[in-house]
Design a binder for this molecule. Structure first.
Ligand code: MG
Ligand code: ZN
Length: 480
């Protein structure tokens, strides 16, 4: 039996949302027979020329649903344009002297990223190294999917709204025992992995040494630190990048102006054959949030209020801007294909911080970046687009009318959605103090959760995400 045809008229859904009328329209943004055509093509078309991999850090089913509902129930997200979906388990492993390693059901971004980057389970906090007897004992370096694409002559890119040395972007182009060893000034816990000790150096140094064609995100302070040893001793990581031919930009205008040709005369015969890599570091730490809003409170929470949008300073590019530019730089005059990872990093960070509007604003911005990738895929059907989260997180959509003993047990925020209704989000994985105890005054960092995460795909190779798989299976899918 053919699946039911699902269509939606965008203009009508916007009108419905504006008037608060709620008829039951199905989500999804497919043209007639589009799903069938996409699935039929995926059955025979299995090898992508390009792969764009997008992940929302901490963006489990509750987080994507909260963003969807906030924007209006009849207003489909870009991710709804991806007809092939599945689930991935995300468990990591605990230290042991040798295999078998016990599962750890509540993983972090380092171990989960290492799963798709290398196809291997490892310890939390570990970056593309295998497990070992203890967290401070380095494991074996594992080849990454980015290194494999590079070896085949493809171009590669790594984009994040976090510091570009944060765990998720780090897994592609560095190997280190602890995620905290981000820059040359942060190597105290990774002393044996310093270049002076015969190691590969900090994450920032390794990312530049990998000559990743496009590196865009925050984290400038890691790169302006001085390298203590090795061939670039006494220089900053930015100096080292420029020695290795990187072009360096620090704001949205600089990014908009740059090409992979670099400042070379047009008659330079190497202009196209030999693109110059781009390092864009737009903030000293993590990039600024898109939205703000009411603080979470224990018990019933605040009186319902909408989020405040457009909070990102204009000199910082949006994730969609970075995505669009990265695709242009990687695609331009390139017949060898490319691999690009895009991370919406602060969904997780604002989930930790019980900041509902911060979290939803980052999810919406991430979905806008998904739209950029899907628009490219439409005109480049040899491109595989995969979307997922690294691990699940804490936020839950709960009843707005709870009272007395039925009140949520954590920190809650009540938001007025674009449909004009109340969306209550609660954060209950840390800090209330237990039954009968007084809640602690300030919300502590909420915890990740261990649920499976959704995976969406569109393009050649997308059938691999169907059903329930493990994050380590993504390694093969992303390898093309
Ligand atoms: Mg991350
Ligand atoms: Zn986290």
């Amino acid at each position: 039996m053919m699946p039911k045809r699902i269509t939606i008229v965008l203009a009508a859904s916007v009108a419905l949302a504006a008037t608060g009328v709620g008829t039951a329209l199905a989500i999804g943004a497919f043209a007639p027979n589009e799903k069938e055509r996409v699935v039929a093509r995926a059955l025979t078309d299995t090898h992508p020329k390009n792969v764009i991999f997008l992940l929302g850090d901490g963006m489990g089913t509750q987080e994507i649903t909260a963003a969807r509902y906030y924007q209006g129930v009849n207003n489909p997200l870009n991710v709804d344009r991806m007809p092939l979906t599945g689930f991935d388990t995300t468990w990591s492993v605990k230290p042991a002297a040798a295999a078998p390693y016990l599962p750890d059901y509540d993983p972090d971004s380092a171990s989960t990223g290492t799963m798709w980057a290398t196809g291997t389970k490892t310890l939390d906090e570990r970056i593309s190294q295998g497990p070992s007897s203890a967290i401070n004992v380095p494991g074996a370096n594992l080849q990454t999917v980015l290194e494999r694409w590079q070896r085949r002559g493809a171009r590669v890119g790594d984009v994040s709204t976090a510091e570009i040395t944060d765990a998720t972007p780090a897994v592609l182009a560095s190997h280190i025992s602890l995620r905290g060893c981000q820059g040359p000034a942060d190597m105290g816990s990774c002393a044996s992995e310093r270049k002076g000790a015969g190691g590969l150096g900090s994450i920032a140094e390794q990312e530049v040494d990998h000559k990743v064609d496009v590196l865009l995100g925050g984290g400038r302070n890691r790169f302006t630190a001085t390298i203590p040893d090795g061939p670039d001793a006494g220089k900053t990581v930015v100096d080292s990048a420029q020695r290795q031919r990187y072009q360096y930009v620090t704001d949205a205008a600089g990014l908009a102006a740059i090409t992979n040709k670099g400042p070379r005369p047009f008659f330079d015969r190497d202009r196209d054959r030999d693109p110059k890599p781009v390092l864009g570091l737009f903030t000293t730490g993590n990039m600024s949030l898109e939205w703000s809003g009411p603080a979470a409170a224990t018990g019933k929470g605040n009186d319902p209020a909408p989020c405040v949008e457009n909070q990102r300073p204009a000199n910082e590019p949006s994730l969609a801007d970075m995505t669009s530019k990265a695709i242009k730089l990687l695609d331009d005059n390139n017949n060898r294909g490319f691999f690009l990872q895009i991370e919406g990093a602060s969904i997780d960070k604002q989930d930790h911080a019980t900041n509902a509007c911060g979290q939803i604003g980052e999810t919406v911005a991430f979905d806008t970046a998904i739209g950029v990738a899907l628009d490219y895929q439409k005109s480049h059907p040899d491109t595989l687009v995969v979307v997922t989260a690294d691990h699940a997180h804490t936020s839950q959509i709960v009843g707005e009318d709870a009272s007395g003993s039925g009140l949520p047990t954590g920190y809650s925020t009540n938001l007025t959605t674009k449909d004009g209704s109340t969306l209550s989000l609660t954060y209950g994985t840390a800090g209330y103090g237990g039954a009968g105890a007084a809640p602690v005054a300030a919300p502590p960092s909420q915890q990740h959760t261990g649920s499976v995460v959704p995976v969406w795909a569109r393009g050649p190779g997308s059938l691999a995400v169907l059903g329930t798989n493990d994050h380590t299976d993504l390694f093969k899918t992303l390898d093309g």
